[in-house]
Design a protein around this ligand. Structure first.
Ligand code: SF4
Ligand code: SF4
Length: 360
């Protein structure tokens, strides 16, 4: 593994030069409040490292809502012709934090399982990723260490660790050094346009930079996540899910902002000419009342408590059994974005507590 040293001024210039060559997305503050992964197309100050988690995770750039899967038309002989839908272009996602990198890794697993999802996989193939390491928890919501995604590197082309304490004063940072680890051949290509110097002792520098991280790093579950999964697998804890369901509006926001939620529905849209149309896919949400409704009107999860339980079990039981990974990255988005403050971190801890109490 090759590693290089460069400062923030140089990295910012490098990012602008990369943005001239391909679609380049980086977290940026919008309307003075929230951060989003935005298209960078002209030079303006970038908010490197000190940004808060974006509303939507970067994986949604690979799995976009409303994607056209294919279009079709009928010719004069009555034959149908099908055409590829939304064009798939290369893109570069920079500033991807370790938790969101793990979110993309889990989407890779889900969309490669069984019948491969060619739309996702083609776009993933054309997506380069420059990830950022975290030296401080993003805010009070995150629990990435507890969810085993802190320091996650798989899937990144380049992984950048700041060798300085993060502060909100960007000017202080400009000459501060970062360490860039090159993880793929594509990363080795991208680094060529950066003004940098080769680093011969990366592990020592990373160790020094990370030894001052807060311990524990962010919120911690009441028991290790593997243990938690066993509890959630075995027990129902109906009263806990019921308590949270009473506050839930079933809006589905927690699903839509989650980096590992990948359920979708499709729509067939016929044009007014009656001879052409398209098939599109749209994000779906298992917290929505109609998610499990089938023909004839039967709903397998009409009760909001059943929907809460299902979501928790998807993240901590069903999908971990299938993929051997917890499907919650600890990004904190669901708790951060929920209007009524429902946080999956609290639900799983409460389930664990109720089980412990019932044993006493
Ligand atoms: S975001 Fe909150 S209110 Fe909306 S469905 Fe999820 S838990 Fe319920
Ligand atoms: S369940 Fe919540 S904390 Fe976990 S990955 Fe999804 S949005 Fe993030």
């Amino acid at each position: 593994m090759n590693a290089y040293l460069s400062n923030l001024n140089q990295i910012e210039s490098w990012f602008f030069s990369l943005a001239e060559k391909q679609a380049f997305f980086l977290p940026r503050k919008t309307q003075g409040i929230n951060y989003r992964f935005e298209f960078i197309d002209h030079q303006q100050p970038l908010d490197l490292f000190s940004y808060k988690p974006t509303i939507l995770p970067p994986g949604k750039n690979i799995f976009p809502d409303g994607e056209i899967l294919f279009t079709y038309n009928k010719d004069n002989n009555g034959h149908y012709h099908f055409h590829q839908g939304t064009a798939i272009h290369s893109q570069l996602l920079a500033g991807v934090r370790a938790c969101d990198l793990k979110g993309i890794y889990l989407l890779d697993k889900a969309f490669s399982d069984g019948t491969k999802d060619s739309h996702y996989l083609q776009r993933r193939e054309k997506t380069d990723i420059i990830a950022f390491n975290c030296t401080t928890p993003c805010d009070d919501h995150c629990f990435c260490e507890a969810a085993q995604s802190l320091d996650f590197q798989t899937g990144a082309d380049i992984f950048i660790t700041p060798l300085f304490p993060i502060s909100s004063n960007k000017e202080v940072h400009k000459k501060q050094q970062c360490l860039l680890e090159i993880l793929t051949p594509r990363g080795a290509e991208l680094i060529k346009s950066l003004v940098s110097q080769k680093c011969s002792n990366p592990q020592k520098l990373i160790k020094q930079a990370l030894e001052n991280r807060p311990k524990p790093f962010g919120r911690q579950f009441l028991t290790p996540v593997k243990q938690l999964s066993k509890v959630i697998h075995q027990e129902d804890a109906e009263s806990i899910y019921q308590q949270y369901a009473e506050r839930c509006f079933s809006c589905g926001t927690c699903n839509l902002v989650c980096p590992t939620c990948y359920c979708f529905d499709t729509k067939d849209e016929l044009n007014l000419d009656g001879n052409s149309g398209q098939k599109t896919r749209h994000w779906d949400a298992c917290l929505n009342p109609g998610f499990a409704e089938v023909a004839g009107g039967h709903n397998f999860r009409a009760d909001p408590a059943a929907r809460q339980r299902h979501r928790v079990r998807r993240k901590f039981d069903y999908l971990p059994q299938r993929f051997e990974q917890t499907f919650c990255t600890g990004c904190g988005r669901c708790g951060r974005q929920c209007t009524t403050g429902i946080d999956i971190f609290d639900i799983v801890n409460d389930v664990y507590l109720s089980i412990q109490e019932s044993k006493e």
